[in-house]
Design a protein around this ligand. Sequence first.
Ligand SMILES: [Zn+2]
Ligand SMILES: [Zn+2]
Length: 449
Amino acid sequence: MAHTPRSLTPSSAFLDATNHAIHERMARAETPPSGTPEDYPGQSHLWSNTTRAAEEIAEELRDLALDLHAHPELAFEERRSAEALARVVEKRGFAVERGAHGVETALRAERVSEGFDPATHPTIAVMSEYDALPGIGHACGHNIIAASGVGAFLAATAALGDTDARVVFLGTPAEEGHSGKEYMIRGGMLDGVDAAVMIHPFSFDIASHAWVGRRTLSVTFRGVAAHASSQPFMGRNALDAATLAYQGMGLLRQQMPPSDRLHAVITDGGRRPSVIPGEARMDIYVRSSLTATLMDLSSRIDDVLDGAALMAGVSVDKTWDTHPMSLPVRNNETMAVRWAVTQSARGRRALPAGVVPESLAASTDFGNVSHLVPAIHPMVKIAPEGVALHTEEFARWAGSEDGIRGLNDATAGLAQVIIDLVSDPRLLLAAREEFERAGGEVRVERATS
Ligand SMILES: [Zn+2]
Ligand SMILES: [Zn+2]
């Protein structure tokens, strides 16, 4: 007989209070500087060239975004989507490399001026994601990311004329639950790149939003199977270790920093009650807002798992980073301010860091990019406040006219930031200095060693 608790609906009181606080902070938040052509040489004629170029391809980008939305593909299987992106780029005369940097569904194209010298001229990369989620399609809106990356590359290159610079378009697959960008980084994706940009759709416009780092962990406890009735004393129960570990992690949560997240499922806990489980398996995700706190939390989890195994008298095998870890996103504020200026020119107010709280954060493999080069990952509002990523509702917004408006503003904004970085050496230098002050280059391999 089924027993239903009085209400299955979690209280929205915390979310309501959070949203109220966001609005209070929004009212007080600084409006981004408007930016003048004298301060930002790139903004004048090149910006209007960019806007015009973006408008010229708007219809094609819309078709691309809606086509991807109608044909969602999962991580590492985005063959049709990658081909659709490649065709739009090739139509403008660029050679597109498939299988770039060692990932089958990855793409790369470049615009390089005739007099380009990597020692003195800048290289800026713009990224497109295009994977979807099982069952709910483009519920993370990567179709909008995909089309905006293509659009920004084409609009920026059209506006640049013969300016000496390199602009790199990167199609970066397998963000959801994997780390496509980390594989591409190991394949040389960022070699020679000075700065990187991409956007993510959301329910707020935000210039710098927190994205927490994430590690994955697969665990197997091994004990001794036995008849649960006739000889339980001859067994060592692996499921006991899994449940002790699960509870140990639950208790650990009280001591974690508020932005840390810890989730676990038991994927194998035995087959029949009459058999003491000789094996049990768990999958665990560990998240934190700083690389150092992520590593600290990881070592606490190691202890909990070892302790659980010791108590149950079983062995434990831990495989960390079954997919390479995602570092937290390190937003480059120097570049984020330029993003906010582009968005205010489009009638949007991209909020600074701290208005939307860090607690509303997920993870992205772009974190790894942002620890190797100065980078931004701003959020573009395409859905009403309160609509969360990874929901059917967000998927609908990713195929809506609001989604297309976000795409157009993102395309122009990214292209203009690229133009600014290319045409204003002081901006790129300031972005680099900020990156060094924030700790400089961090490679995932170094973070885990
Ligand atoms: Zn997602
Ligand atoms: Zn996403």
